[in-house]
Design a protein around this ligand. Structure first.
Ligand SMILES: Cc1ncc(COP(=O)(O)O)c(C=O)c1O
Length: 364
C-alpha cells in the first residue's frame, strides 16, 4: 500500500542525526524545558523572522495559549473558518472564546475576508485565520478588516510551516501565531508538540508563564497557567528537522506541480495555485469521493479526507451555526493524495494512473 502519509519515513531519512540528538538529551539528563527547547525556540523564531517562539505541548494548546496571552476574555467571540481541523475551534473554547464560523474562498480554500467582515458583531474580539493545507491566507485583507474593528489576530499555522505570503512567512502577520508539530506536519515531532510565535514580548512572557503553572522567575504562581510545556526530546528532534524543512517544502511544491501537469485534463478540481504554498496536503475535489477512495485503496493507493464535515456541522458546534456553502461543498468532495516527499516521490505516476482509472470507472 502506498500510504497517504507516513511520518516514520521522514524520521528514517534523518535517522543518524536524530539518534545523536536523542543521545545528547539522555547524556545531559534534562528532559523538560532545557537547552534543546531554548535553542529550538531561537532557531524557529529566526526561521520565521519573528522575535519570540515559545515551545508548548501541542498545536491545540498553542492556539489556546496564543489567544489567552493576546488578551482574549471569557465569552469573547472568535471568528474562524469551519474548513479546518476541529482542533482550531476546540482551542478557541479552551481559551474561553466562542467560535463563530465563516466560509472560505474557493480560490484559496482559506478564510474569505468578505465573510469575516460580514460576520463581525458587538462581541467579536478576535479572528483566527487558518492557512489550510499549506496555502497562505490573504492576510492583507484580513488585517485590514481586523484593524478596522480592533480585533486580535491569531494565525493558525499548524499546516503551513514555511508558507510565504507577500515575501514573509506566515506566523509573522498576526499578534501571535500557533504551530503544531504533530508527527505528520511538514515539520513534525515524534509525538505531540507545538509553538506560539509573536513579535510582542508581553505575549511571549504570558505564554511562558501559562505553559508552566503561571510561575514567575521565582517560581511563584502569579497568574493563570497549567502544564503545557514542550519536552527536550521533541525539541531536539525538531532541531534536526528544521534545517531540512525548506528542502521538504520545495519538493512538496515540485510534487504538486507534477500532479497538476498529469491531472489537469481529468474530471476533477485541482487545488488552488497559490504562490508560497507549502502543500501540507494536495487535495483534489471530486464527485463520488467515497467510491473513488475505495477504488484507489483496493489498488494500493491510500488517500485521506481533510475534513469530512466542517466544524460548524459537528455536534458540539452545530447549534445556531449557519450554512457555509463553499465549506460544505469542499467537505463533501476533497480527497487528499499522498504529497509527503518520502512517500510520493517514487509513486506519483502510479498514483495518477490509479486515480485516472478510478475516475473512469466512477463515470461508467
Ligand atoms: C489547522 C490545525 N489547527 C490545529 C491543530 C492542532 O494541532 P495538534 O494536533 O498539535 O494539537 C491541527 C492539527 O491537527 C491543525 O491541522
Amino acid at each position: 500500500m502506498i500510504p497517504q502519509s507516513d511520518p516514520k519515513r521522514s524520521f528514517d531519512a534523518a535517522q543518524e542525526d536524530i539518534q545523536r540528538a536523542i543521545q545528547r538529551v539522555f547524556e545531559r539528563g534534562l528532559f523538560i524545558l532545557g537547552p534543546e527547547a531554548e535553542a529550538f525556540e531561537a532557531e524557529f523564531a529566526t526561521f520565521l523572522d519573528v522575535r519570540h517562539a515559545v515551545g508548548v505541548s501541542s498545536g491545540t494548546d498553542a492556539v489556546a495559549l496564543a489567544l489567552s496571552a493576546a488578551g482574549l476574555k471569557p465569552g469573547d467571540e472568535v471568528i474562524t473558518v469551519s474548513m479546518t481541523a476541529v482542533a482550531t475551534a476546540v482551542a478557541i473554547e479552551d481559551a474561553g472564546g466562542i467560535p463563530k464560523f465563516v466560509d472560505v474562498d474557493p480560490a484559496t480554500r482559506c478564510m474569505d475576508p468578505r465573510a469575516l467582515a460580514a460576520a463581525i458583531g458587538p462581541r467579536t474580539a478576535a479572528v483566527v485565520p487558518v492557512h489550510l493545507h499549506g496555502f497562505p491566507t490573504p492576510m492583507e485583507s484580513i488585517i485590514a478588516v481586523a484593524r478596522r474593528y480592533g480585533l486580535l489576530i491569531v494565525e493558525d499555522c499548524a499546516q503551513a510551516h514555511g508558507a510565504i505570503y507577500q515575501g514573509r512567512r506566515v506566523g509573522s502577520f498576526g499578534h501571535a501565531a500557533a504551530f503544531s508539530f504533530y508527527p505528520t506536519k511538514n515539520l513534525g515531532a515524534p509525538g505531540d508538540a507545538g509553538a506560539v510565535v509573536t513579535d510582542d514580548p508581553a505575549i511571549a512572557q504570558r505564554v511562558r508563564r501559562m505553559r508552566l503553572y503561571g510561575w514567575n522567575d521565582e517560581r511563584n504562581t502569579v497568574g493563570p497557567g497549567s502544564n503545557r510545556r514542550i519536552d527536550e526530546l521533541h525539541a531536539a528532534v525538531l532541531r534536526v528537522l528544521l534545517p531540512r524543512l525548506e528542502a521538504g517544502n520545495a519538493e512538496r511544491r515540485s510534487l504538486a506541480h507534477q500532479y497538476r501537469s498529469r491531472l489537469h485534463d481529468l474530471d476533477l478540481e485541482l487545488p488552488p495555485h497559490v504562490d508560497g504554498a507549502v502543500y501540507h496536503q494536495f487535495a483534489i475535489a471530486v464527485e463520488g469521493r467515497t467510491a473513488l477512495q475505495a477504488f484507489m485503496a483496493a489498488r494500493g493507493v491510500q488517500t485521506a479526507v481533510h475534513y469530512p464535515v466542517g466544524a460548524h456541522q459537528q455536534k458540539r458546534f452545530a447549534c445556531g451555526a449557519s450554512a457555509l456553502p463553499v465549506t460544505e461543498r469542499l467537505s463533501a468532495r476533497l480527497l487528499s493524495l499522498p504529497v509527503q516527499p518520502e512517500v510520493a516521490r517514487d509513486h506519483l505516476p502510479e498514483i495518477c494512473r490509479v486515480l485516472a482509472e478510478g475516475l473512469r470507472c466512477n463515470r461508467s
